[in-house]
Design a protein around this ligand. Structure first.
Ligand code: COA
Length: 322
């Protein structure tokens, strides 16, 4: 019998430093009112110098393991998704594996920018369905503050740091109902972050910062996410009314509101964290899922639609019965 990937537990970590819109307004020409109105963001968390993708991932992972009430040694696969890995290699997943003291499991990283959580979830689901793994730990951990140009008001207002974790286990009960992932490399120029050591593409100052044509990304995100909502509902033969919660990537409240409207959902049925977290890239969906589950809004048996859009472009969704 094919197993289902069931959510066993979630975890999250946010660094202590809070950087408000007013703080940013002191260094670039912007304002709290502009940022809040155009994005829905009020503040974001900034990691301390000694923190890294692996150190934040470790904390989120330990919380997910504790909430799942399993032994770390029962995890067969660790997937970390990050755009800010500690090292080019080894993978951040291997560093986390060592920090968690887990022997004899497989660990690897996945890179799909802000869609990384959905790509990782899709992979985890296949491993569990085929019986190749029983318990999969999935972590998104991002230090966006280290790859943001703090003099560029078009990007520095958007991003934040944090880590989210999800433990999936094989179950006979329904769990992940479907996953849908897509890529289109034709849009690499609209949103990219060069690797300064490789220098395969020109960066304005060679430091490896996020470059983005925000308005074009915005329009593509809205239309693409509307399409993937239809694709997800059709694949499951469900209607909009069957979805209890939308757990979206947290890029911009106007993008989130457009997807909710498409689903005929009020924002009360959407887990929104970006006001206080900003866009934490691949961590954002996992942090939002953790928030909705830990504060009791998302209940067992409910249907959750997860979605994300990111550089590449990449985009993905998942329908999960919690
Ligand atoms: N403060 C004040 N003004 C700003 C500003 C800021 N932080 N950033 C841009 N502006 C200005 C621009 O310079 C421009 O001025 P101009 O009309 O005099 O040229 C004006 O605001 C409009 O710029 P535009 O880029 O069209 O604004 P926008 O409404 O698209 O909002 C973003 C900008 C970045 C907030 C928005 O495009 C966005 O959120 N895009 C998607 C980003 C995203 O999701 N990225 C990650 C995908 S995973």
């Amino acid at each position: 019998m094919t197993a289902n990937a069931k959510i066993l537990g979630t975890g999250g970590y946010l660094p202590a430093e809070i950087r408000t819109n007013d703080d940013i307004s002191k260094t670039v020409d912007t304002s709290d009112a502009w940022i809040y109105e155009r994005t829905g963001i009020k503040s974001r968390r900034i990691a301390a110098p000694e923190e890294s993708a692996a150190s934040m991932a470790e904390i989120a992972a330990k919380q997910a393991i504790a909430n799942a009430a399993i032994n770390a040694s029962d995890i067969d696969l660790i997937i970390v998704t990050t755009g800010t890995p500690d090292c080019v290699y080894p993978s951040t997943a291997c560093i986390v594996q060592e920090r968690l003291g887990i022997k004899n499991c497989v660990a690897f990283d996945v890179q799909a920018a802000c869609s990384g959580a959905l790509f990782s979830l899709s992979i985890a689901d296949q491993y569990i369905k085929t019986g190749a793994a029983k318990n999969v730990l999935l972590i998104g951990s991002e230090l966006c503050s280290r790859i943001v140009d703090w003099t560029d008001r078009g990007t520095c207002i958007l991003f934040g740091d944090g880590a989210g974790a999800l433990l999936l286990g094989a179950s006979e009960e329904p769990g992940v109902l479907s996953t849908h992932i897509h890529s289109d490399g034709a849009y690499c120029d609209l949103l990219y972050c060069p690797n300064p050591q490789v220098e395969a593409r020109n960066d304005k100052n060679g430091l490896g910062f996020i470059n983005m044509r925000g308005n074009e990304v915005f329009k593509m995100a809205v239309t693409t996410l509307e399409r993937i909502v239809d694709e997800t509902l059709e694949a499951n033969n469900l209607s909009k009314a069957d979805i209890h919660w939308l757990v979206p990537h947290q890029a911009n409240i106007r993008i989130i509101a457009a997807t909710a409207k498409k689903l005929k959902m009020s924002l009360d049925q959407v887990i929104v964290t970006l006001e206080e977290q900003g866009n934490t890239s691949s961590a954002s969906v996992l942090l939002a899922l953790h928030q909705g589950i830990s504060d009791g809004r998302i209940q067992r048996g409910q249907n959750i639609l997860l979605e994300a859009f990111g550089a590449g472009f990449t985009w993905g969704s998942a329908l999960i019965k919690y």
